[in-house]
Design a protein around this ligand. Structure first.
Ligand SMILES: [Cu+2]
Length: 514
């Protein structure tokens, strides 16, 4: 049975990186099955009993959300084997034998160990380690790692080479050495350091650019109109795109999407746009909530080290997108420069128990989806609309592993959902739920639609959906163009509380679930 720990782990099994195509197609079949299972499991009768989180008030959610780890078990429906198989290419080291300061030694060749004497070989638990040995000076040598019962064959003669491999299943420091009599004592000895945990953790050095969906200001409700100051900073930073992958994001205030801005109709909005001196690009901001040239973009083209100010009157209520509008605009948007502003109608929106902030965008990288390393933007793919990634709030796993949405049975939930894009329309849907009210096209001046399954949201557009959560379980936010779930697009709404079998139960109508 699914529990919270599993649910906040990897919903989408990781696409194996650099593996043969047939493995990828297997992955895709698994993924389709996983989504189907989740659609069912979100209504499973015993599900809600298995977790305790989600009852925290909205303000405290960011701190009560459990920290997901890469070690979380895969969700039900994914064979366990997919979680235990290492997808890594072997971690390869090359050592050349030689003489240094009168001693026999190994000398590192290539990578981090290049030129180092008896280099320390750093690997991660579970990795397949391959060591190439090259005979550099002609005497007989080998390499032995006793703890792994692993050894190369003896290389005889200059430039002879040998390769061996082992799985670093034990954490710790182990010696490698030459077993030819006297050579270890003469200096041919070094260390292998096996660090705990998978290598994916390395990418956690990169900044977390994900905007917590619970990070938005509370309702304004009844007050007179006034001047509201908004401070935006255009921050360019290397952020974590996925386990093992980073991307150079351009952002408003270092998160994707930018800050949720909340004003009321009739307010005067004074926007200060600051571009730090260390930036590479000029940036600007176009508010769809504004009336006037470029939505403010003309007044806010801001070079690195400068600050600009634009003021506009919020004439119309509604939920609106804002985005950078500096050419190439699509490049700035795809890199993360979008957010939303809510202009509340007089008196505010109907009250709900929880509000969330989610935006969708695409990323166009040179490297295919699932690649490791520092990924780069591909301009050809961008202008021909061939994305590699589809993302909620800026990164893969943003709303599944790191920041799921939490609610409790009986509460009303509101999602402000927008599309930064730059190019793809979303068919926004929550698997296992029906939207009670939809403010289509982000309009709050018209009565909401009721009883809606899926809402279409164009790039540069937004919507507001409200619904009461009637039953405990795990619900999944998707774009119902579900191929995009294979490219990173999924989120969880985890609803704590009792299941209600009147609404749904497994089995026939006259046989209620136990
Ligand atoms: Cu920009």
């Amino acid at each position: 049975m699914l529990d919270l720990h599993e649910a906040t782990g990897e919903f989408l099994p990781k696409a194996p990186r650099g593996d043969p195509p047939q493995y990828r197609s297997t992955f895709r079949r698994l993924l389709a099955a996983t989504i189907a299972v989740f659609a069912m499991m979100s209504l499973s009768p015993t599900l809600a009993q298995n977790h305790q989180h989600g009852a925290a008030p909205a303000e405290a959610q960011a701190t009560t959300a459990p920290v997901a780890t890469d070690k979380a078990a895969p969700p039900a429906g994914v064979p366990a084997a997919t979680a235990s198989v290492s997808y890594h290419n072997p971690t390869t080291f090359t050592l050349r034998t030689g003489i240094a300061t009168g001693r026999m030694v190994y000398i590192g060749v290539g990578g981090d160990i290049d030129g180092k004497i008896n280099p320390t070989l750093m690997v991660h638990e579970g990795e397949l380690v391959q060591i190439n040995l090259i005979n550099g000076e002609g005497a007989e040598h080998d390499v032995v790692v006793d703890q792994y019962a692993a050894r190369s064959s003896v290389v005889v003669g200059r430039n002879a080479s040998s390769t061996f491999a082992f799985t670093a299943s034990k954490v710790g420091e182990f010696a490698y050495f030459c077993s030819i009599a006297g050579h270890r004592q003469a200096g041919m000895e070094g260390l292998i350091q096996v660090m705990a945990g998978p290598r994916e953790a390395m990418a956690s050095d990169a900044a977390d650019v994900v905007r917590d969906p619970a990070d938005l200001p509370g309702p304004i409700g009844q007050r007179g109109s006034k001047v509201v100051r908004v401070d935006l900073e255009t921050v360019e930073l290397v952020g974590r795109l996925d386990d093992g992958a980073t991307y150079t994001y351009w952002t408003f205030n270092a998160k994707v999407p930018g800050p949720f801005i909340r004003v009321r109709v009739g307010d005067t909005v004074e926007v200060h746009l600051k571009n730090p001196a260390g930036s590479v690009m000029a940036h600007s901001v176009d508010f769809h909530a504004a009336t006037g040239p470029g939505g403010g973009a003309h007044a806010t083209q801001t070079d690195p080290g400068n600050e600009t100010v634009v003021t506009f009157k919020a004439l119309k209520p509604g939920i609106f997108v804002y985005h950078c509008a500096t050419p190439s605009v699509a490049h700035h948007i795809t890199s993360g420069m979008y957010g939303m502003i809510l202009v509340e109608p007089e008196g505010g929106l109907p009250q709900v128990d929880r509000e969330f902030y989610v935006m969708q965008g695409e990323l166009y990288t040179v490297e295919p989806f699932g690649s490791n390393g520092a990924l780069e933007m591909d301009y050809d793919k961008l202008i021909s609309e061939r994305p590699e990634y589809f993302l909620f709030n800026g990164a893969v796993g943003s709303l599944t592993k790191s920041h799921p949405l939490y609610a409790t049975v009986g509460e009303t939930v509101r999602i402000f959902f927008g599309v930064g894009g730059p190019n793809f329309t979303s068919s926004f849907h929550v698997i296992g739920e029906i939207f009670d009210n939809v403010y289509s096209m982000g309009s709050v001046g018209s009565p909401p639609l009721t009883g809606v399954q899926t809402v279409t949201v164009p790039p540069g557009g937004a919507t507001i959906v409200d619904f009461k959560v009637d039953r405990g379980g795990h619900y999944v936010l998707v774009d119902h163009a579900l191929s995009r779930a294979e490219r990173g697009l999924a989120g969880y709404l985890i609803v704590d509380g009792p299941e209600n079998d009147d609404i749904m139960h497994a089995g026939p109508a006259d046989a209620p679930a136990q």
